[in-house]
Design a protein around this ligand. Sequence first.
Ligand code: HEM
Length: 540
Amino acid sequence: MLAGIHFVSPDLLLVVRNIAFALLLVFAAQWLMKRKQYIQACNQLPGPPLKGFSPWLAHVEAYARTVGTVPGYPGIPRSVQVIDDFTKNWGEQGLFRLWFFHPYRLPFARAAVIIVDPYLVRQFLTQKELTDRIVKEKRTYKIAAPILGGSFLALPDGAKWKHQRKMVARGFNQDFLEFTNTVLLELLYEQAFPEIDRTLEKSGSTALNVLEWNTRVTSETLGKVAFSYSFGSFSPKELTTTANAPSLYETYHFILYVLSKRTRSPPFASMLRFKENREFDEKILFLDSVVDKVMRERIEEHRHAATTSNGNKRHRDLLSYMIGDEDGLSYHELRANMKMFMFAGQDTTSSALSFAFGQLAYDLDGQEKLRREIDALFDSLPDDRQPEYKDVMSLKYLDAVARETLRLYSAGVVGRTTVEDCVLKSEEGKTFVIPANVSVYIFPFVNSKWTNGVSEQLHEWIPERFMGDSKIQEDWMPFSVGPRNCVGQPLAMAEFKIILCHMLRRYTLKRSSEMEEDPIPIILMVLKPHKMTIEISRRN
Ligand code: HEM
């Protein structure tokens, strides 16, 4: 080989080297040209100029620094205020562009588009020619891989996602929702309410951290309806506790906090062996061990039931649907989906419930109106019978309260990356071209407040707006729209209504001195109240 090189003339080597260098220059020039075109195309979209912003930090980060962080959460900016302020100033046309990474950092320049007009959101998420041009937002899902990786929520559209979604979707049927009602009645009256009563008696204090209480109720419900498993969230000693993970609630809270911080740090930061990262890894390992334990027990039970029940198989919890018969999911897929459900299915609903408790603690007239409807239902039932699922679902004002709460405080955030140019057209006929390789974010809690000149006091809590026909119903999309909308919506709505119904039947809610005048919504992967402690007292 070396001898071969020896015989190549030095002139030829020089020519080869020069050609390689020239090719490199051509590629670099083409690449830079493409980046320039990308920046120009993104700048065609409405959005703030970069003047006045730090050349390194660009809009999002630089502006976040001006609004500060959420009290008690170092590293977490008041993102909701950032989004609201940008929307107020730049959202008039229905969408706007921000720079994540400054165009001066040419190789890394990266734009984000926020779509605020519900009309454009529907187009973007439902029209096939557009949904074919987008994928789930790459960076966020990569960061969230420790809890979402391998689940169908994180999978790209395709046969694998479709199959898993179909298996899960058939689980959310009438029978399952009635089962949820039964599970909740038992949980509330045998564990969750007695615990409140004991606390009220013992401490003399009437303040309840409803965010924590609701999360324990929703995670316990999810454990039962999805996997027929009790996490023991209301036992004196939670079954899932260890020295490093005092409770499932705290474990999740910490994991979501760290993941949210990681969305704002460079990718390598999560690999450094800081105390926080080590603790994060330990908690993920702990969650994995809980999931494995539940899975082994439940799969064994399922097999046993299948062989001993003369073909009369149990199809009650979600896992049974996913285990399936011939078309069931592999152990790996089941495990990933179960872990994902523990994230997607509890914090979201408990956040909505906590905002509703908070709103009703302020709006005492609304609370009384809702209680009258609930009391009338209980009074109409014979022999102290508890309401069934369909009874609770028939309550009109309760439905309006659920919808209004989710309109203002939808927990879910939708993130996509464009893989090709996407053309959107507003109702007024204005055309927007979102170039390929842009992160697109949709915050349902912003869409439903975007007025487009309509003055409907959209920032205010008015459940009555959902009692009649209104355009607002059309623009209501807290569970997103299109093929990737929330598959768990029926469960979320059922839990929300059943818990609120029984809560108001038994207790009254009032503002507490610890309550923030305007609850600060905080984004820890999902939107939730920063703090929600309210006064609670037993009705006579
Ligand atoms: C109030 C409560 C809830 C809200 C506001 C909510 C909101 C959302 C939103 C906005 C999405 C779309 C995300 C995206 O497109 O990137 C979504 C997806 C999803 N949600 Fe929910 N959710 C709630 C409760 C639940 C519950 C209770 C479950 C299950 C037990 C659940 C399971 C899922 C799953 C699996 C997906 C992914 C669907 C897919 O990609 O095909 N969610 N949710």
